[in-house]
Design a protein around this ligand. Structure first.
Ligand SMILES: Nc1ncnc2c1ncn2[C@@H]1O[C@H](COP(=O)(O)OP(=O)(O)OP(=O)(O)O)[C@@H](O)[C@H]1O
Length: 170
């Protein structure tokens, strides 16, 4: 089984993936890490301070791997059996990314992606969306395990647009 834990940078994918992997006895693959480590990228985007992923190389790297959790904001594009889309209040994401020292442009771009449901809209197949705002990691993981066990699917549970429209005024 291949489970994708996706969502906007700063939403909590790595934190959730680690706990989930331990509970399900699965291997976590940190997409950003393997892309860097095995040079599975086309270029480095100086402006956005991120790698331009070579999806052909990345899919080839993953092709023989099973019983894995894919941790990354593009994991939903890597043919998962189940996609868990983590959501979080954009204000909290903004705080987390600023704490990391991200440039204003990169913070705004990611906050806008969260408001516009980008990862959710790109996710196909079995998708379960979960709002992690102000929730304990164990509680989030319990809900994910139950959803996967029962084959639950859910989309469209948050509406940041009406609450944070001002972030989109350029
Ligand atoms: N449920 C939670 N409650 C409180 N803090 C959390 C929770 N989940 C994650 N965090 C915190 O938010 C920050 C970002 O978490 P994490 O690195 O897991 O996000 P991410 O989605 O993997 O980010 P990226 O995609 O940039 O790697 C960390 O400081 C982490 O400790």
């Amino acid at each position: 089984m291949r489970i994708a834990i996706t969502g906007t940078p700063g939403v909590g994918k790595t934190t959730v993936s680690k706990v989930l992997a331990k509970r399900l006895n699965m291997e976590v693959i940190d997409i950003t890490d393997v892309v860097k480590r095995y040079r599975l990228y086309i270029d480095y985007d100086e402006d956005m301070e991120s790698y331009v992923i070579d999806f052909e190389k990345l899919n080839n790297f993953l092709k023989d791997k099973d019983n894995i959790i894919l941790d990354g904001h593009v994991s939903h594009l890597l043919n998962p059996d189940y996609t868990i889309v983590l959501r979080c209040d954009p204000k909290i994401i903004e705080e987390r990314l600023r704490k990391r020292g991200y440039k204003d442009k990169k913070v705004l771009e990611n906050v806008q992606a969260e408001i516009l449901d980008v990862c959710l809209c790109e996710s196909k197949g079995k998708v379960y969306e979960i709002d992690t705002t102000n929730r304990d990691v164990e509680d989030i993981v319990n809900e994910i395990i139950e959803a996967i066990k029962e084959g639950k699917e859910r989309k469209g549970i948050v509406d940041w647009l009406s609450k944070y429209y001002e972030y989109l005024e350029i």
